[in-house]
Design a protein around this ligand. Sequence first.
Ligand SMILES: *Cc1c(COP(=O)(O)O)cnc(C)c1O
Length: 468
Amino acid sequence: MKYISTRGQAPALNFEDVLLAGLASDGGLYVPETLPQFSKEEIASWAGLSYADLAKKIIAPFVADTIPQADLDAIIDETYGVSGGDRVFAHDAVAPLKQLEPNLWLLELFQGPTLAFKDFALQLLGRLLDYVLDKRQERVVIMGATSGDTGSAAIEGCKRCHNVDIFILHPHNRVSDVQRKQMTTIIGDNIHNLAVEGNFDDCQQMVKQSFADQGFLNGRRLVAVNSINWARIMAQIVYYFHAAISLGGPHREVSFSVPTGNFGDIFAGYLARQMGLPVKQLVVATNVNDILHRCISANDYSKQELVHTLSPSMDIMVSSNFERLLFDLYDRDGDATAALMAQLGSDDAALEPARLAKARELFDSYRLDDEGCVQVIAGMFERTEELLDPHTAIGVKAAQVCRRDASTPMVALATAHPVKFPEPVVKAGCESPQLPHHLQDLFEREERFAVLPKDLAKVQAYIAERLS
Ligand SMILES: *Cc1c(COP(=O)(O)O)cnc(C)c1O
């Protein structure tokens, strides 16, 4: 399969190169040139498959020219298999569904090692990277910035990769204790946590500048693990199929509500539909950093100030993966997409009304502030004793408000375990949630991280020294 850039000017790549590429050279994002198509009969025949076996069916066409099926199957079994002592996901269903209300379901995506859905993509990504780098006899450097969830999932996913040195920047004293400990207690010679004396944007800026000029790495190359990496999106397509088939798909349509930041997760749901899964509706759920909600509900795509909320993993000003949807809405015209991206960020940024109308056939959106989020957590706990994390709570509320049709099953994605974000849970009057079994001793574990000033040259010098 070939992958092309959303801005039309970069060379097409195969899966192996796209895995290592990050941004395309024209500033765009890579997407498959054509999507695999599955018929209703074929999807129906997958009923009853384990998560791992379903993942093999869905992922194979995307990687076929790079990884032989037998090797891919082994990688997927290692990632999503549930037999053996070193399994990655704690629950036998991998992504269990729980019923909240009539026809409203919670898809628990927090059964992985770092208790957030990012494990689904990064556990696979780490193994795919190791496979490809072994074959190429190459060592790479992963550099990423995190406000919490991405960092720990990336480190957990890549810690066994012997061809990777990983440097994760987080804002010093600005991530929660659980989130910091999840990153800094993973000890390994190839793992480096850098606490930068600045905020998340400062960290992200340093990573961006480092990608733009990689001279400080002495010939090694940087690989991106944020959701611009195509492999992350690809991995997430699987759970949309898994949930829908469990609820009667493809004979029955299913809808999804997705707590959304960078639009990576919900874009995977869109792709599932494009590949043949009958998806009726996709609900974009945001906090007050609501550029996507403003765009979908009022065609306002202007940038606004970032606000720090109780759902920090959705605190974004612009959603990078939205460009992948825009590319489709603009009939895969790279020039039109590039022109639109250049215009975005201005005060009157908007889409052509006909393009937006097309998106609205499938997408609805909702925005919830911190106070509303706390109310949802309190209300749901009172009625069902189900404790929601703040991101999930926003998705659940959006599902209730936006659903078009009560007879279609609605699946709200539970993107994190509530223990990662205790503040809103306590504000809701609920008891602080307990760490699950495998993390019981998290607070006693040894931590390792370096505190560095907000100074690009110093950060790069630190990295170069560790690599030599
Ligand atoms: C990353 C994250 C999100 C946002 O996902 P996107 O793919 O960026 O839209 C939502 N909830 C949690 C808990 C996350 O960690």
